[in-house]
Design a protein around this ligand. Structure first.
Ligand code: LLP
Length: 418
């Protein structure tokens, strides 16, 4: 269900006019619909039916405490990639036993923290990491639950920067040589083998690559069983795509249905790590037009949000829908490049968009809930945006706008020479 509607020329999120939020909290502002987030998560859970499962929301997509808390209350698990994400999940009420820890570069301190916290599983990405976890676990006298991330060598058919399941990527261990690594893990004193995991990429719009990867992993699980290694869970990672423009990704229910069919009656708990498909279309970025500028045959709308607030167009040439928040009947329609104030030619949010706008108007950048705020930075010493969560007709400030003082915290000048 869409959570955005236009009433009397005004754009609404659920039952709140976006213009009111921009006036109250200023721009740039990220605004999320609590209901939209919940609906997406519940779609995963419901489609699982009786299947033993754990849906671990990929925190990197959007790590706002309020979002993590909404999901924790619905019973979500979490896929984390750093000690910082672990602390956030705990602060938001997430349960340690529902956390899986992914990532190619887990530090000594992060592994220690996760072991002491008692997480569900480490998704191990290399033999060196396996040995490190064993050493730390032995030192703490804790048994570390592990899964090995395999690289199934399938082409996810997505943007090269977000495709991860090919042999040439840095992720996981080659599926053809992983059996020996499992046997090594089985021989180590402080490791407990729990599962196998893979993640082949992000923004996938077809089911087939997921099923290809799954088939390869199931063969591996059978092979490991012959070697006396029992696998309790299969973690298929995240990656289900969303509609930004005219993509037609499978519905969550269809995707889960296909996976469950392939799983058949196998006694395996299914773990998924969806990020984007839970939050992308539940959030927007509001920005105000500072200036309109004409440069020969090109029009620019210079807005107060920039690549530091939303990096996806600059980094991946991602297309995000942009529309006016309040209809402007006085303005003529023209074609604009929507650009930010940052001193980079790559600082754009949209190109060649047909809009009827004037200076001071508000724009809504859609599908901004995933990898928007979480990839933001302070480039050009720009404080990061405010975040708001709408719960039907109530709006809650969930993160105050950063101040310039926040940005300078912890810095110091060199002492004067004496
Ligand atoms: N699990 C692992 C191990 C991952 O690396 C990722 C994403 C996910 C789960 C969640 O994938 P999702 O369901 O969100 O597709 N910044 C990029 C996306 C990078 C994704 C990285 N890994 C973007 O803005 O498109």
């Amino acid at each position: 269900m869409s959570h955005f509607s236009r009433r009397n020329g005004q754009l609404y999120i659920d039952n709140i006019a976006l213009a009111d939020l921009a006036i109250q909290h200023g721009t740039p502002a990220y605004v999320y619909s609590k209901e939209a987030i919940s609906e997406q998560f519940l779609a995963y859970q419901q489609a699982m039916g009786e299947q033993p499962q754990l849906i671990c929301y990929a925190v990197k997509a959007n790590c706002s405490l309020a979002i993590l808390n909404v999901l924790a209350k619905l019973g979500a698990g979490f896929d984390i990639v750093s000690g910082g994400e672990l602390e956030r999940v705990l602060a938001a009420g997430g349960q340690p036993q529902r956390i899986v820890f992914s990532g190619v570069g887990k530090s000594h301190d992060e592994i220690t923290l996760a072991l002491k916290t008692g997480i569900h599983c480490f998704n191990v990405e290399s033999t060196a990491e396996l040995e490190r976890i064993q050493d730390i676990a032995q030192g703490l006298d804790i048994v570390a639950p592990i899964s090995i991330r395999v690289n199934p060598d399938v082409d996810a058919g997505t943007h090269p920067y977000i495709s991860t399941g090919l042999k040439e990527n840095k992720f996981g261990i080659d599926i053809d040589s992983v059996s020996a690594v499992y046997q090594r893990a089985a021989a180590l004193s402080h490791l407990a083998i729990k599962g196998v995991d893979c993640h082949i990429g992000s923004q996938l719009t077809e089911i087939a690559p997921f099923i290809d990867a799954m088939d390869r992993v199931l063969l591996l699980i059978d092979h490991l069983a012959e070697k006396g290694i029992t696998i309790e869970h299969l973690d298929l990672g995240g990656g289900l795509g969303v509609r930004y423009q005219d993509e037609q990704p499978p519905a969550i229910g269809d995707y889960i249905h296909a996976i469950r069919q392939r799983l058949g009656t196998r006694d395996l708990r299914l773990i998924l790590e969806p990020g984007r498909s839970i939050v992308a279309n539940a959030g927007v970025l509001l920005t105000r037009v500072e200036y309109l500028k004409n440069a020969g045959d090109k029009n620019f709308a210079i807005v107060d949000a920039a690549m530091n607030d939303m990096l996806r167009p600059a980094l991946y040439e991602a297309w995000l829908d942009i529309e006016t928040v309040s209809e402007n009947k006085q303005a003529n329609t023209a074609i604009y490049d929507i650009v930010g104030p940052v001193c980079e030619t790559g600082d754009f949010l949209g190109k060649q968009r047909s809009l009827a706008i004037g200076e001071g108007d508000l724009l809504c950048i859609h599908s901004a809930g995933a990898y928007g705020m979480s990839m933001s930075s302070n480039y050009n010493s720009r404080p990061r945006a405010v975040e708001i969560m709408v719960d039907d007709s109530k709006a809650h400030l969930i993160k105050a706008r950063e101040t310039n003082a926040d940005l300078m915290r912890g810095e110091s000048l060199l002492p004067d020479p004496c």
